[in-house]
Design a protein around this ligand. Structure first.
Ligand code: ATP
Ligand code: MG
Length: 418
């Protein structure tokens, strides 16, 4: 991609009223644009990052048997009345009437929709289990949408739903998905904790959240340094400094602010009983389906990645989610053929399957370097009148410069990619 053609240009100033780091940096660097509170456009750079995040999620969800589909976002009131959530979740749902006075809601989640799909398509135990998921927009009437793209009123979610013949089968799969989530958040580059919490408007059972420690995060949990134990403030009844309830060594609990990036729910048979989703078991008896749901917010992940990986000059992407693998810069020079050398490198890298953002603009080196640090691509390559046949390689995370030839650059980028 030629930077001269990239839409839009970077901005020097923080957006007005921005409080969080992800809001400031993602807007300035040209990844996102705000339409109104909690509503964002993913610009070309932002969309590239979200697609990388989604691909990591997709691979791991497919690996636990998930089948991708796409469900509608406009839902009739009738289906939400079946579980009583039209009333119970009123505060969070966007509900409205059309011109014929029929009532609808915009999707804030999809349990009821999946249940409707299942009852039309499941008859016997042979048809179970079912694992389906989609990436789509969710709408939630969030009272405070101040954390940049971390809290949208319209945002992207990957939601997986599973249906089972028994509680045992559900809980076995629940643990499998927990494992897949651990792989996903590890691959995304996060330090995180699996935290026990309540089920909100979804279930009375305990659920598990995936929390990324961050001082600006809106969640608070308590954890033990020695063992895995961690509980959200929502259900924790003690205080920081208390002894760990499971550790034999009497370790002390610590308070931590965090961003919730994922949440898994073992919902049980409540939904099936409400919505009449039955299957026939081996003895010919009708049984309710056991149900689970599992969410990750890719647009929230985008914001959380920036919160945990940046410096005072800009974003620092982990290679696996960066919009491009390298940022190629040519330094303007009157006499030399620097631009044609850069173009040749751009072509060779692209032919080798490497994603390159090439700063081909006719602007000064200072502006190019500042944009490069702001945009945050992991590797900077520079050609100038002094580099000759070589290319200057610099990582976004340090100031050490190395002179390499094109073959070495390609080899190194290929190694990084694995
Ligand atoms: P929160 O407590 O932060 O409001 P939640 O617990 O209501 O979130 P879930 O219903 O568990 O959210 O949704 C699953 C995932 O969707 C969350 O873990 C998060 O990654 C993402 N998500 C939820 N709400 C938002 C939002 N308003 N904006 C962006 N992503 C969100
Ligand atoms: Mg949650």
């Amino acid at each position: 991609m030629r930077q001269s053609q990239l839409f839009p240009k970077t901005k020097r100033e923080d957006p007005k009223g921005a409080e969080s780091i992800n809001h400031k940096l993602l807007v300035r660097a040209g990844y996102i644009d705000q339409l109104m509170a909690g509503s964002w456009t993913l610009l070309p750079l932002g969309w590239r990052v979200v697609n990388k995040i989604n691909q990591i999620i997709r691979e791991e969800i497919n690996a636990v048997g998930g089948q991708e589909l796409l469900m509608p976002l406009l839902h009739p009131k009738t289906v939400w009345d079946e579980t009583g959530r039209w009333d119970k979740a009123k505060a969070v749902m966007y509900q409205f009437k059309d011109s014929r006075n029929k009532e609808y809601a915009l999707s804030f989640t999809h349990e009821e929709i999946v249940m409707d799909l299942l009852r039309k398509n499941i008859t016997s135990y042979i048809d179970l289990p079912v694992y389906v998921y989609h990436f789509s927009t969710k709408f939630r009437n969030e009272p405070r949408a101040r954390s940049g793209i971390i809290r949208g009123r319209e945002f992207m979610m990957k939601d997986l739903y599973s249906a089972h013949v028994s509680e045992e089968d559900l809980m076995e799969y629940y643990e499998k998905v927990k494992g897949a989530y651990i792989k996903i958040f590890t691959r995304l580059g996060f330090h995180f904790r699996v935290v026990e919490t309540s089920g909100g408007v979804f279930t009375d059972k305990c659920t598990h959240e995936f929390q990324v420690p961050n001082a600006g995060g809106e969640d608070t949990y308590y954890y033990c340094d020695r063992c895995e134990w961690a509980q959200n403030k929502e259900i924790f009844t003690g205080k920081a400094g208390d002894k760990c309830p499971v550790c034999k060594t009497g370790e002390i609990l610590v308070e931590q602010n965090a961003v919730e990036v994922g949440n898994i729910f073992p919902l049980g048979k409540w939904y099936a009983e409400k919505m009449q989703v039955f299957y026939t078991d081996r003895d010919g008896k009708k049984q309710p389906v056991w149900f689970g749901s599992y969410g990750i917010g890719p647009t929230r992940v985008l914001g959380a990645l920036v919160e945990v990986s940046h410096d005072d000059r800009g974003i620092i992407w982990f290679p696996q989610v960066a919009p491009f693998a390298v940022h190629l810069i040519q330094i303007k020079s009157q006499k030399s053929k620097v631009k044609s050398i850069a173009e040749d490198i751009y072509r060779k890298l692209s032919d080798a399957g490497i994603e390159v953002l090439w700063d081909d603009r006719e602007v000064g080196a200072g502006e190019k370097f500042a944009d490069c640090d702001l945009i945050g691509i992991p590797v900077r390559l520079v050609v100038s009148k002094v580099t000759g046949e070589k290319i200057e390689w610099k990582s976004r995370t340090n100031d050490q410069i190395e002179l390499l030839d094109i073959g070495q650059v390609i080899e190194r980028l290929r190694k990084n990619a694995v």
